[in-house]
Write a protein that binds this ligand. Structure first.
Ligand code: MG
Length: 159
């Protein structure tokens, strides 16, 4: 049976934080604040994968009150999520995602970030979709104060 899940995340951008998406560090004056590494893309994808098998959300599995998850890199969170999915009898087939961010420009990094996602999820690079949008300078994301991400993940029963 094919299953789909949707995920969303947003993080404030602050000075002095590294800007990392799917394990790829991008030069930027500001970076996402978070208990983990603050990577909204990895968090949205993990939530989508958990949602596809009704396993709750990343707050249930990786609570930000737990010091064990302090600074947890996005790919590590995705790999742990993937193991959880597989223990529940599913395998990740495909992901599509959108990152909404006013700056820095992310398009030059697409291939590397999508590759980071694909590696962490154990899928081929051609099955990890990634788009970038600005927010047309509207709202907090558009004023450069936050970065948001959406994702859809497709799972199938483990063969
Ligand atoms: Mg998050």
């Amino acid at each position: 049976m094919t299953r789909f899940g949707i995920g969303y995340d947003i993080h404030r951008l602050e000075e002095g934080r590294p800007f990392v998406l799917a394990g790829i560090e991008i030069p930027s004056r500001l970076g996402p604040r978070g208990h983990s590494d603050g990577d909204p893309l990895s968090h949205a994808v993990a939530d989508a994968a958990l949602g596809a098998c009704a396993l709750g959300d990343i707050g249930d599995h990786f609570p930000d009150s737990d010091p064990a998850f302090l600074g947890l890199p996005g790919p590590a969170l995705l790999e742990r999520t993937r193991r959880l999915i597989e223990e529940n009898g599913f395998v990740i087939r495909q992901v599509d995602s959108v990152v909404v961010c006013q700056a820095p420009p992310l398009a030059p990094w697409r291939e590397r970030i999508a590759g980071g996602l694909a590696r962490a999820l154990g899928i081929e690079a051609g099955l990890a979709g990634l788009k970038f949008k600005t927010n047309e300078k509207l709202d907090a994301v558009g004023r450069g104060r936050a970065i948001a991400a959406w994702a859809v993940v497709n799972l199938e029963n483990r063969p």
